[in-house]
Design a protein around this ligand. Structure first.
Ligand SMILES: [Cu+2]
Length: 333
């Protein structure tokens, strides 16, 4: 398709390249003019198709290359750095440095490209020797760019994790990390994640204060302990249960054919209240257990409550919409 966009001004170059590829000296353009005039534009795809030289300039704008090496502070090549070039029209190209640190881009449209360098794991950008913010690509030339990164001097550790209820993160849980050096506090973000960075190596204890409406799940240890080495990252997960012993926990049957939330962990003694948020025909059908009897929910605003006293997992589904993923589970622990 792109043959059609070849401008007539490109023909001299193409013809020269074609002649070179065929082993002959490039023929002056003026001798080809009658041939071209006779064959017309129909000849163009043929000329290009006959050319076996892959280095031929592709049709369109003039292009050039960028190549270089990513090096550490000792001058050794660094593998796995990601170099991204972005043009003003936001088209991007990326290359990853190879085992010897080298990277290259070919067929770049000429002009200025913004350059972004992402250091691989264990390395950081070298503040004393930052990468250039842009490179200029020149037609038929290779612009050389060498980029510096620094090996990270690892002396600290970190602990990161998530506070969850079923498949969901729980926000605003208060986390306390204790060591000989004292206490550090953090709280879980909107997705339940938290992290403690720049920790001295050594022993730590971590615990969580659940936000309102939650308690620690009966399966969850109250305190997690860590013995952190320099450079290590500790993983922590706190599993909370919704406490539905005083107020029922609501699960919505939605117009988009979901139970929302679809997976909940609750304390023994909790009541679940399903509410039909749509005017569609849904069902709440136990999947291979008898914690309740099949219930049809066809009216908007219809409610159905079940008290869960025994620990266990109670999956269920909506009969008309099971095939599109309308399934849920109540986990009591
Ligand atoms: Cu349904």
């Amino acid at each position: 398709m792109h043959f059609m966009s070849v401008g007539i001004h490109r023909i001299p170059h193409l013809m020269g390249a074609a002649a070179e590829a065929a082993g002959g000296a490039p023929r002056p353009f003026h001798r080809l003019r009658p041939l071209l005039a006779g064959a017309g534009l129909a000849l163009l795809p043929l000329l290009i198709a006959c050319n076996g030289d892959n280095d031929i300039t592709p049709p369109g704008d003039p292009v050039g290359s960028v190549a270089g090496q990513v090096q550490d502070q000792e001058g050794s090549g660094v593998q796995g750095a990601v170099v991204t070039l972005t043009r003003a029209d936001e088209s991007t190209q990326t290359a990853t440095s190879g085992t010897d640190g080298s990277f290259s881009f070919t067929n770049l449209v000429t002009g200025s490209w913004n350059l972004d360098l992402e250091a691989p794991a264990g390395f950081d950008l070298d503040d004393a020797n930052p990468p250039p913010s842009s490179v200029t690509v020149t037609a038929d030339e290779t612009t050389e760019v060498n980029l510096a990164v620094r090996e990270i001097d690892v002396t600290t550790a970190s602990i990161e994790g998530q506070v969850v209820n079923g498949s969901r993160g729980v926000a605003n849980a208060a986390l306390t990390l204790r060591s000989e050096a004292g206490e550090v506090e953090a709280s879980s973000d909107a997705e339940g994640f938290f992290s403690f960075d720049d920790l001295e190596p050594g022993e730590y204890e971590l615990d969580v204060a659940p936000p309102e409406g939650y308690v620690l799940s009966g399966q969850q240890e109250e305190t997690l302990t860590f013995d952190m080495a320099a450079g290590a990252t500790g993983e922590a997960e706190f599993r909370l249960a919704l406490d539905g012993r005083d107020e029922p926990i609501e699960i919505r049957l939605t117009a988009s054919n979901t139970f929302d939330p679809d997976e909940v962990v609750v304390t023994p003694g909790s009541t679940i209240k399903w509410v039909n948020d749509s005017s569609m025909d849904h069902t709440i059908t136990p999947d291979d257990h008898e914690a309740w009897s099949r219930r049809a929910m066809s009216e908007q605003g219809e409610e159905f409550e079940v008290l869960f006293e025994e620990e266990g997992e109670f999956p269920y589904f909506c009969e008309p919409h099971q095939a599109v993923g309308m399934v849920g589970v109540i986990i009591v622990e």
